[in-house]
Design a protein. Structure first.
Length: 302
């Protein structure tokens, strides 16, 4: 263990033996071995936090800013999840839960239903701060978790988690394997698109103008400003029928963003998503990204 800390490999994304060993052994839920973080890892956190803070004040919605304050995040050091949870849990019942990497879709949504947020514990390289090959602890804790301090937003996530159970129930009622696979693929794709265009990249109206509430935006110092300032970005009031049929790519700044009026509005949309699921309206959404892999499908059928 100490050898890892001394060499500085620490808990860097893609270079963290602790996490890779857990993944190889099939352990999804892990703990945060705090002593393994290197000084480089803390430097990455500190630099990102210092860059984002002034942008958050300008571009983030008020619920997020309030959340950053209530969580008492340390600008200097990577937070301990137990400290984050000590502030978070009394507010909405949510908890950050350490994971070793990708969680199959159903399990991810089901965690939300139980007010657990699967949280990556590695951090991007300090010398590649704007390159994010996969979520890291800065994205998850500084981008997502402040939103989980807001009651209306937290209820929306729980409601979204419940939709995963509805999808599983619908799939279980389809006897023919081919039909079941096709419909479930479409439903999961629709859910993933909805999540992407809201929780990850959503914009919200406010008296002070448009603000970001999507965590993909709030954890990216390049894209946050771009999302609200660039004339090239299309920003439209959200339409559910559009969002569930809209493909997206993850490897560049988003050219299309959707706006909600409030978190009550968002909560209502999740309810409509579930109705559409039950009515069969999500059985044939437009093909394209994101891909739904066999592991994700299987997670709904277990
Ligand atoms: Fe995310």
């Amino acid at each position: 263990m100490s050898a890892v800390s001394v060499t500085g490999a620490g808990m860097t994304t893609g270079e963290a033996p602790f996490v890779e060993d857990a993944r190889e052994a099939g352990r999804l839920y892990i703990y945060q071995p705090y002593e393994l973080y290197s000084e480089d890892n803390h430097r990455a956190w500190r630099t990102l936090y210092a860059r984002l803070l002034p942008l958050w004040r300008r571009y983030a919605n008020d619920h997020f800013l309030g959340g950053v304050e209530s969580l008492c995040l340390d600008p200097e050091r990577i937070p301990r999840l137990e400290d984050v949870n000590r502030f978070l849990s009394p507010l909405t019942g949510f908890r950050a839960k350490a994971v070793s990497g990708y969680i199959p879709a159903f399990q991810f949504f089901d965690c939300l239903r139980r007010r657990e947020f699967p949280t990556t514990i590695t951090i991007r390289r300090a010398d590649h701060l704007d390159y994010l090959p996969e979520p890291d602890i800065f994205h998850d804790i500084a981008g997502h978790v402040p939103m989980h301090t807001d009651a209306a937003f937290a209820e929306t996530l729980v409601r979204f988690g419940e939709c995963a159970h509805t999808a599983a129930e619908i799939a279980a009622g389809i006897p023919d394997l081919e039909t079941r696979t096709r419909r479930l693929t479409s439903i999961v794709r629709a859910m993933a698109r909805f999540f992407w265009f809201t929780v990850e990249f959503g914009l919200m109206c406010s008296p002070a103008g448009l603000k970001a509430y999507g965590s993909g935006l709030l954890s990216s110092f390049g894209e946050l400003r771009h999302s609200l300032e660039s004339p090239e970005v299309q920003r439209y009031p959200i339409q559910l029928e559009w969002a569930v049929n809209q493909t997206f790519e993850i490897d560049h700044y988003q050219p299309l963003l959707f706006i909600v009026d409030s978190f009550d509005h968002l909560f209502g949309l999740v309810g409509r998503l579930e109705e559409w699921m039950r009515e069969g309206k999500l059985n044939n959404v437009a093909p394209g990204e994101p891909a739904v892999n066999p592991g994700d499908l299987a997670s709904f059928l277990r």
